[in-house]
Design a binder for this molecule. Structure first.
Ligand code: XIL
Length: 404
């Protein structure tokens, strides 16, 4: 067995040597003018003869939940922006308007989009998205005030000799601008990492290097001062397996709570796989957060069929480039079980909601970031041709209290 450290978006899993990655597969984004999301039962995979799309038994997914059911969107000038005037955007908006009650901007509210040059804030793209959401009666989960990933860290952060006051200005200006218009914020995103010795601790980001861990409580305090109503989340990946990273996060959160830092909840990104993490670990992680009186929000759920890291957590046994009816059914079960675990573990008052990371399989970040564009996967609730998949029915089943 070999230990492979996953670069992104996961924790470390014990794996066998990597399984082969076949290139090709079915096409990605397949813009069509179809606007139906509930009346077609065509298959998006003719090679197997089985249905990988379905007719939903409900009209609106979000209506089944007593909490926000969200989706991340591409917006602004992004390739698959829902704000474009084209058929692809119109098809995505149809899905959003019918099935989701909350929107997370997948990129356009990150640091470089809103505040690339120190003191100059660029709100046009985010404002346009928020206007659209408001007109449709949809909420916004805003993402993210502080994130380490280098391509989203503005130069002023690296150059600053007074970073804490510059970050305060960053957060105050942005959170004030959107106050009253967003439900919640990912205040700090992904601040935990493993060090070279494999020990979990604070990520060695530019923020940590310059300020130590104090940038984290300060970010929450500044965000709350600027927007008293928005729920404030710490958001991270690889924590739903309830292992070492999760334990370190709990320690961090306990300190924040002991110091009366205004944190309302934990965002579990949940870029998970078909068989990892184990559902009992997911449930336990949710419970341990809820036990602290914090909200639990699933912020970025997606479930690819293929696991490029293979090993004991792989599904299926061989890398697949065709999405079969069998895969679609297994994915439906997995989505259903995760939502069911959420409902079992999180008391009603602490349910921050469930968001999937993308509207449809044609716009999933995993194709490029996890599969390096060598493979196309099908991790979301709606197909490349904008039709509902069994996965969407699985979420609806769990929300309706049906057995998975
Ligand atoms: C991803 C976006 O989906 C991609 O379009 C972008 O290229 C990279 O970032 N965790 C997060 C999100 O918190 O911000 C990331 O979004 C996905 C992982």
């Amino acid at each position: 067995m070999v230990l492979i450290k996953l670069l992104y978006p996961l924790a470390v899993v014990t794996v066998l040597p990597m399984v082969g990655c076949s290139s090709g597969g079915s096409g990605s984004g397949n813009p069509s003018s179809s606007s139906s999301t509930s009346s077609s039962s065509s298959s998006s995979n003719s090679s197997t003869g089985g249905n990988t799309t379905t007719t939903l038994t409900f009209a609106n997914l979000h209506v089944l939940a007593g909490f926000p059911v969200g989706t991340a969107v591409s917006a602004g000038n992004e390739s698959f922006s829902i704000m474009h005037s084209n058929a692809n955007a119109a098809s995505q908006r149809n899905i959003i308007e019918q099935h989701f009650s909350q929107i997370t901007p997948g990129n356009i509210m990150k640091m470089r989009y809103l505040h690339n040059t120190y003191g100059t804030f660029t709100y046009e793209q985010a404002d346009a998205l928020i206007d659209y959401a408001a007109a449709q009666g949809k909420g916004i989960h805003a993402h993210a005030l502080i994130w380490h990933r280098s391509y989203q860290v503005p130069d002023w952060v690296n150059e600053s000799e007074d970073l804490q006051s510059h970050l305060d200005h960053h957060i105050s200006n942005i959170a004030e601008h959107f106050a009253g218009k967003v439900d919640s914020w990912d205040v700090v995103n992904e601040a935990i990492d493993r060090n070279a010795e494999g020990v979990w601790g604070y990520r060695d980001s530019v923020f940590y290097q310059k300020l130590g861990k104090s940038y984290i409580p300060n970010a929450f305090i500044t965000a709350r001062a600027a927007d008293v109503d928005a729920e404030l989340y710490y958001n991270d990946y690889g924590i739903s397996s309830a292992d070492g990273k999760f334990q370190f996060m709990l320690q961090m959160v306990d300190e924040l709570l002991a110091d009366d830092v205004p944190i309302d909840g934990i965002g579990f990104q949940m870029h998970v796989f078909m068989t990892w993490p184990d559902i009992s670990h997911i449930r336990s992680a949710f419970e341990q957060v809820a036990d602290r009186g914090l909200k639990v929000k699933i912020t970025e759920l997606d479930i690819p069929i293929n696991n490029p890291f293979g090993g004991e957590y792989s599904y299926p046994d061989n890398y697949v480039s065709n999405f079969t009816a069998e895969d679609a059914y297994a994915q439906k079960q997995r989505y259903c079980q995760i939502v069911e675990a959420y409902l079992q573990a999180v008391p009603i008052a602490l349910r921050g909601g469930i968001t999937v990371w993308g509207v449809y399989d044609g716009d999933t970040w995993l194709n490029s970031e996890l599969f390096s564009n060598n493979h196309v996967d099908w991790p979301l609730l709606f197909s490349t041709n904008f039709l509902p998949k069994p996965a969407a029915q699985g979420v609806g089943d769990a929300l309706s209290g049906r057995a998975c």
